[in-house]
Design a binder for this molecule. Structure first.
Ligand code: 13P
Ligand code: SF4
Length: 304
């Protein structure tokens, strides 16, 4: 870590003293990514949370991600620097909504995106992330009917990739829908040699124009491996910091500057320091919910 400001020094010292690890999602502010021990997408961060030997996990992301870490590592103290960093898409569906869907579609398998609350995960048969949603649905070949919640656009993408009709929910990411097909067309005109990456939470019309549809860490991998020197990035703009840092010889252009997730920007270095000082705010899931939610996450981890 090159930046050794007094604040960063304090964070590093206190992290050691607390035997803590700092995890940051790929959309976090540069200053947060710079003090993190690990950066990643939802799947990678869950896996690290499940394996870490640290006593405390400082989770820099949004609430459902910290909850997932707590479900997988109940003996660890999972703390979030800003308790108000939530995911509006996750808030678009409740556990009661999932139970009602089950009643309306008896016998259907229920797959839910990781962008859901612990209570919703407790109602699922399988969890999935943007990395493995297609693999999870493909695994369910024997199932007559599949419910897929809450993201209708991810459901549309998975349905097209697997050839399965899915019962979907009217959820969506308010940040990704800001990226419009005309943004992709305009950027392609400006950068005719560029490849276009899009997140599967984007509008289907945007996904249809992309060269590659990927999770955020898959985008980081694609950017490294592609021979293209210019890439148009169809996701939350925060990923571009990591892409530029990892690939100094390449150019990255946001598909739309409007694709900013305000919740992902709530965490700062100061808040990380306070979280380490006070070991707050802790995110905990009740044992009853945890046990049921963990089954859906474990099933996903077994498939992939
Ligand atoms: P990834 O798992 O691809 O990082 O996506 C998480 C997310 O919230 C996207 O909006
Ligand atoms: Fe939720 Fe969208 Fe923000 Fe991801 S970018 S955390 S899906 S609101």
């Amino acid at each position: 870590m090159k930046d050794r400001s007094p604040l960063v020094k304090k964070i590093v010292e206190l992290k050691k003293k607390r035997n803590a690890v700092i995890l940051a999602h790929n959309y976090q502010l540069p200053e947060v990514q710079d003090v993190a021990d690990f950066r990643g997408d939802s799947l990678e961060l869950s896996r690290i949370a499940a394996k870490t030997e640290a006593e405390a996990i400082v989770f820099c992301g949004v609430h459902f991600m910290a909850e997932t870490a707590s479900i997988l590592s109940p003996d660890k103290k999972v703390i979030v620097p800003d308790i108000n960093a939530g995911c509006p898409m996750a808030n678009m569906i409740t556990a009661a909504d999932v139970r009602k869907l089950r009643e309306e579609h008896p016998g259907a398998a229920v797959v839910g995106y990781v962008n859901t609350s612990a209570e919703v995960k407790a109602e699922l048969d399988y969890c999935c992330t943007s990395t493995n949603a297609v693999a999870v649905v493909n695994y369910l070949k024997q199932e007559k009917e599949i419910i897929f919640v809450p993201d209708k656009y991810l459901a549309d993408y998975v349905s097209k990739k697997t050839g399965r009709r899915l019962v979907s929910w009217n959820g969506y990411c308010p940040t990704h829908i800001k990226i419009l097909p005309e943004d992709i067309r305009r950027e392609r005109k400006f950068h005719p040699f560029a490849k276009v990456m899009a997140h599967p939470e984007c509008l289907p019309q945007v996904v249809a124009l992309a060269d590659a549809v990927l999770s955020t860490s898959q985008m980081a991998k694609f950017a490294k491996e592609t021979e293209a020197h210019e890439i148009i990035v169809g996701t939350e703009v925060g990923l571009i910091y990591r892409l530029k840092k990892d690939n100094p010889g390449k150019e990255f252009y946001p598909a739309s500057e409007a694709a900013v997730c305000p919740n992902m920007k709530r965490t700062t270095q100061e808040k990380i320091l306070w979280a380490l000082e006070e070991l707050k705010e802790e995110v905990r899931v009740s044992d009853e919910i945890r046990g049921r939610a963990k089954k859906a996450i474990d099933r996903m981890l077994e498939i992939v």
